[in-house]
Design a binder for this molecule. Sequence first.
Ligand code: ZN
Length: 369
Amino acid sequence: MRFSDIYGNEAVKQRLRAMVDDDHIPHALLLHGPTGTGKLAMARAFAQYLHCTDRHDGEPCGKCPNCLAHQSLNHADTYFVFPVIKQGTSDKYIAEWRDFLTRYRFESYQRWQAVLKSENAQPMIYVTESESIIHKMNLAAFTAPYKVMIIWLPEKMNEGCANKLLKIIEEPSSDSIFVLVSDDESKVLPTIYSRVQRVEMKPVPTPEVARYLEEAEAIDPDTAMALAAIAEGDIVAAEESLKLDSEQRDFFTQFVDLMRKAYSRDFKGLRQWSEKVSDYKREKCCRFLEASARLLRENFIFNVGDRSLCYLRPEEAKFSSRFAPFINERNVEAMAAELDSALRDIRGNANAKIVLFHFSLNIAKLIKA
Ligand SMILES: [Zn+2]
């Protein structure tokens, strides 16, 4: 992993590089910040930079034996600890872990749960892990001057484990470095938290999220920018919304269809529309209504406010340039209330076909207000 593989957070990269370059490395670091900022990738780039025997221009060389070992996730002096299930230790799940890191440059607890196929269990760092950590950190370094122990999500560590680690984190051997990577520093046990040097990662700037989507996912620049704006600095969220994109396109088509038929008071068409949308499963129907609420809100902003504040995809913006004037101060609140009420009824198991038809008739009334 190279620092340049991480989008944004240039100041953090600078700080970590300087620690290595000046040989001023704290024994325990805590990288913390929101999900989707690439904290784990940052920890890995830091470890690789530290171990590289030919680092230059602020990057690991990518070619020396240490770099090659890092890149294949087999570096002998780099250990990973992460939440697991069934009272296990990280070593037992190392194959899944490598799969996880290979598949995702940007990590999240949910993605890890999916790799572990444990969406219903809450992976944890159990007390048994502490013995393994202490054992490893007491070994002599194999190939590099420093051993690095990357602990992902220390906030998932149980108290028994944390207590056993206090001493080694406070007084590690001179060749040991702990890098803790946390999504929520406020949940890291205070005994651990007080012993680490904290480095905060910020949400990724929107243009950087867009650049990632263009480079890594081959998304066109306009769509990338629109998705990035919605993601609010979280690359995982941007990637997830990309996955949802085909559903969102379908929802957008239904939204446009509804508004056209409502505007032209095509009651027969509205009945057909409500039948079609009620064919969605209940959960999908709710997601459609939520997506419609967003479109309504964005169209209102498009109409009355600053267009640069609108988070619309290009095809949505094209539609809005003609449609937005029909969403105004006189009807926006009532329309939003209709959406809310339909959402509530459908969640409450009411007949979706009836609710949606009733809802579409009310929209037809309001759209000409
Ligand atoms: Zn190297």
